[in-house]
Design a protein around this ligand. Sequence first.
Ligand code: P1T
Length: 389
Amino acid sequence: MSGENQKFATRCIHAGQSPDPTTGAIMTPIYQTSTYVQTSPGEFIENYDYSRSANPTRTALEANVASLEGGRHGIAFASGVASLAACIHLLKSGDHVLLCDDVYGGTFRMFNNVFAQLGIEFSRVDMTDLDATRAAMTDKTKLVWLETPTNPTLKIVDIEAVAQIAHDGGALCVADNTFASPYLQNPLALGADIVSHSCTKYLGGHSDLVGGILVTADADLADKLHYVQNAVGAVPAPMDCFLLLRSTKTLHVRMERHCENAERIAEWLTGRKGINKVIYPGLDNHPQHKIATRQMRGFGGMITMTLDGGLPASRRFLESLQVFSLAESLGGVESLVEHPAIMTHASVDADKRAALGIDDGLVRLSCGIEDADDLIADIEQALDAANAV
Ligand code: P1T
């Protein structure tokens, strides 16, 4: 049976990997080497010449994630933002990027503070509004960058519709699939040209590495991205590729529990004293719940909520949690919580944050895979502390 016909769980464990030909080791070895001996100048064994260009542990990881995303080519990087930067290196000065309005703060920072200085223009639009998205395209737009669910307000962007708008305008569509993971959503199948991941999150899943990866089905785009990967050089270390391969073997099992826990917690939070708003794509009252139901296979592990009482209440809540850890990042087996306005989205201007509803009462939960009863008990006691004053 060819790998392409295998189901997701089987591909998590086997895609891109076969027993090591020299020893039969079932796990892909950590090829901790910078270079490879050549038999004659320019003649390599197995096409490996230098580890910035290619490394067998990385090759296995790239093939594994490419399969999970339903693509053909994976191109791995040292971080999620390095993946983003590689896409922008496909562009030239004067080109325009259309960015969805709610994205990871570091994504906005890269466009605003790094690439704008090099003449790559960008503008932001609420991509849940398709008319506004169409109207925001210009003749210079070469790339449309979307995130869905968005970070941190969990808007759901209709990938198929936005990819069509991008293509109608002659632009590429890149989808940052970090919050959903390939278990819940495959943007390439919905028309995106490139999928981007921060592997630091669900793909890694254990909060023990930083990484990024791009996946495409287009050989020409893959060649260009491989060129950037080697020429700019933000490649991941073999050890991190090994850890990621170990992690993707359990992606399907972890994601099931992340979704289950988040669904229970979101329902429990709804209507509680001291909470103004609960945002979770699986709730019927989520504005894009129907789109989420159509394009995702589950609603993910992230919940965003607004506490009554602004910063003092959210500080008390965040300081009181004991099972949830107060930290940036998401997608690990352990539950994390953070305050976007002060932490992950501090580099977004205050007026832009306010327009998106990222106010001082907004907190973001990354529901881990602990027992849901313990997570709910922890939130309950922290809410009591937040409401006590
Ligand atoms: O941290 P890094 O691996 O470079 O990934 C950047 C990135 C890209 N895309 C999305 C949707 C992200 O959420 C991130 C990183 N986000 C956090 C660190 C965070 O806590 O939101």
